[in-house]
Design a protein around this ligand. Structure first.
Ligand SMILES: [Fe+2]
Ligand SMILES: [Fe+2]
Length: 166
C-alpha cells in the first residue's frame, strides 16, 4: 500500500464535506417544512441558500487542489440527519418539535465547523492560500448560523417546547 500523506487526508475530507453539504442541501427544505416557528423556518431557508454557495466554494477548492469534485459517503452526517428525521416523525405536531429540529441543526453546524476548521488549517499547510480564503468564508458562515440558532433557541424555541401546566 502506498504511503499516504496530508494531501490524501485533505482530499478525503474534502470529499466527505462535499457529500455532507449535498445531503444537508437536500435535508434543509424538509426541516424548513417541518418547523412550526416562522423564524426557525426562515433560518433553515436562509441556510439552504447559503449551502448552495458553500457547495460552489467547495467545487472551487477541488479545482485549486487540482482534483475532481466527488463526494464520499460520510456516515457521521448521515447519522445526525437520521436523528433529525426521527425527531420529525416522532415529535410531529408536538410543541417540542422545533426545539428538537433546532438541536439537530446545531449538531450539523458543529460537525461542519469541525470539518472546515481542519480543512482550512490543512489547506494552509499545503500552501493552498486561495483555498484557505474560501474555506474560511464558509467556516465563518457556519459559525454565524450556529450562533443565530442559539439565539433563536434562547429567545423563543426552547420556551415553546416546555410543557404547559394543566
Ligand atoms: Fe454547510
Ligand atoms: Fe451549515
Amino acid at each position: 500500500m502506498a504511503e499516504k500523506a496530508l494531501e490524501d487526508l485533505f482530499y478525503d475530507m474534502l470529499k466527505d464535506v462535499y457529500y455532507a453539504e449535498r445531503k444537508i442541501l437536500k435535508t434543509l427544505p424538509k426541516m424548513a417544512k417541518g418547523a412550526q416557528s416562522p423564524k426557525l423556518k426562515a433560518a433553515f431557508e436562509k441556510h439552504h441558500e447559503e449551502t448552495e454557495g458553500q457547495l460552489e466554494r467547495l467545487r472551487q477548492v477541488f479545482e485549486i487542489f487540482g482534483k475532481r469534485a466527488v463526494g464520499k459517503t460520510c456516515p457521521a452526517i448521515d447519522g445526525i440527519i437520521e436523528e433529525g428525521e426521527e425527531i420529525l416523525e416522532e415529535f410531529k405536531g408536538s410543541a417540542a418539535l422545533d426545539a428538537g429540529l433546532l438541536a439537530t441543526a446545531q449538531a450539523v453546524e458543529h460537525y461542519e465547523i469541525a470539518r472546515y476548521g481542519t480543512l482550512k488549517t490543512w489547506a494552509a499547510l499545503l500552501g493552498l492560500q486561495e483555498a484557505v480564503v474560501l474555506l474560511d468564508e464558509t467556516l465563518q458562515q457556519e459559525g454565524k448560523t450556529d450562533q443565530d440558532l442559539s439565539k433563536l433557541a434562547e429567545a423563543s424555541v426552547n420556551a415553546s417546547a416546555i410543557k404547559k401546566a394543566a
